[in-house]
Write a protein that binds this ligand. Sequence first.
Ligand code: AMP
Ligand code: ZN
Length: 112
Amino acid sequence: MDCIFCKIINKEIPSTIVYEDESVIAFKDLNPVAPVHILVVPKKHISALREVQEEDITLLGKVLYTCKEIAKSLPECDGGYRVINNCGDNAGQTVKHIHFHIIGGKNMPNLI
Ligand code: AMP
Ligand code: ZN
């Protein structure tokens, strides 16, 4: 499968990994939009949030918990941070392997 995040998971292309276990990986975004910009990704290839199945509930909970644990470890996130999932073309999803952005280290205006 031609998926850039699966290639990162399989160590076929390099990335700056900040966390990894048997089911989740987190690495620095190549084009950061803030001092902290980390992508948290389940190792299972799921193309988008709208493709998540009931069997993935525990995995997705773990991904979100991992976002919190990573942010907790970063002083830049002490003042707050944002966790973002882009789902589908209208939301600007460019990589079709579900992922959550941790954005922090700067003040951000409300989107909604
Ligand atoms: P999204 O627009 O939500 O699909 O976000 C995809 C993100 O993946 C973008 O912020 C890209 O900068 C990032 N990205 C793409 N390729 C890589 C890569 N090889 N390593 C790290 N981040 C990447
Ligand atoms: Zn993938």
